[in-house]
Ligand binder design. Structure first.
Ligand SMILES: Cc1cc2nc3c(=O)[nH]c(=O)nc-3n(C[C@H](O)[C@H](O)[C@H](O)COP(=O)(O)OP(=O)(O)OC[C@H]3O[C@@H](n4cnc5c(N)ncnc54)[C@H](O)[C@@H]3O)c2cc1C
Ligand code: FES
Length: 259
């Protein structure tokens, strides 16, 4: 974990309400792993908490990108970031996703901007798998081209039916699971809202597959000092509060104690 000065090389709209910010930051781009995140200082913003956490969406050569959704004060302030601007970021933070076990088929399940770290993960896994992407509407379904370019199978669900099937992402996942050869060895990698994480965790448990969930918690310091981001985790029969920013954000599904 280090503080970096990153130069903005590109900042574009990805789809309505989402943007991709690309920076040149060789020291970080070379070392970051899928599932890790950065804590970005938002320029031109007042307030106690000036940094915001974002998963890394792409790292290649000297460059690294994040894909973000405009939700509140911080992300709206980010809209004014221009090419050539120097940004302060801390990273890489967190533990990231583990390596895929060689015999298993990777199954990625994403909700909204949760697709960003999974697109990065797919770019680093040699084995091609399947990705289920869910969103409220068509403009919330991101990175489809990234996965197709890598040769992955993509299935889509939206709440309003404006892209893919109408309904929850777990509906299309269930349809796929129901016709699958039962001896197929799967490994799930999941990022999205809590309800979706929990639903995929239940399926993985029922079918005896491993699932890695990336948790999204509100953060303060981002580096393990303030305890704003704790999550109950049960390991070896003992429940403890672990920091999502430090011991996470990725945890094995069966360890998470849902409140
Ligand atoms: C490990 C990690 C990785 C993340 N990766 C990404 C990413 O790749 N792309 C992306 O767009 N966002 C990501 N987020 C969420 C992002 O950090 C928040 O959306 C952002 O901090 C909101 O800042 P804001 O000032 O715009 O909103 P605020 O004004 O702080 O909040 C606006 C609204 O968003 C809600 N909110 C704030 N933070 C979060 C959060 N962490 N999770 C859910 N709701 C939140 C608030 O409750 C409020 O309703 C990630 C969060 C974590 C913890
Ligand atoms: S955000 Fe401060 S300990 Fe995790």
């Amino acid at each position: 974990m280090n503080m970096h000065q990153a130069e903005v090389v590109d900042h574009v709209e990805a789809s309505g309400g989402y943007r991709i910010l690309t920076v040149e930051v060789p020291s970080l781009a070379k070392t970051v792993k899928p599932g890790q995140f950065i804590h970005l200082r938002i320029p031109r913003m007042d307030g106690a908490v000036l940094r915001r956490p974002f998963s890394v969406y792409m790292a290649h050569g000297k460059e690294m990108a994040v894909l973000y959704k405009l939700v509140g004060r911080g992300t709206h302030s980010m809209k004014s970031i221009g090419k050539g601007e120097i940004l302060s970021m801390i990273g890489p933070l967190g533990n990231g996703f583990p390596m895929l076990q060689s015999l298993k088929v990777p199954v990625l399940v994403a909700g909204g901007y949760g697709v960003a770290p999974l697109a990065f993960l797919a770019s680093r896994i040699k084995k091609k798998g399947i990705v289920f992407i869910g969103g409220a509407k068509a403009s919330d379904v991101l990175c489809v081209k990234d996965f197709k370019k890598l040769g992955w199978e993509v299935r889509i669900a939206t709440d309003d039916g404006s892209a893919g099937e109408k309904g929850l992402v777990t509906k299309i996942l269930d349809e796929w699971l129901s016709v699958l050869n039962p001896v197929e060895l799967l490994e799930f990698f999941v990022c999205g809202p809590d309800g979706m994480l929990k639903a995929v965790a239940e399926r993985a448990k029922r079918l005896d597959h491993t699932a890695w969930l990336s948790l999204d918690k509100h953060m303060g310091c981002g580096v393990g000092a303030c305890l704003a981001c704790v999550q109950k985790i049960k390991r070896n029969g003992v429940v403890s509060l672990l920091r999502v920013c430090r011991e996470g954000p990725v945890f094995e599904a069966s360890e998470i104690v849902w409140e």
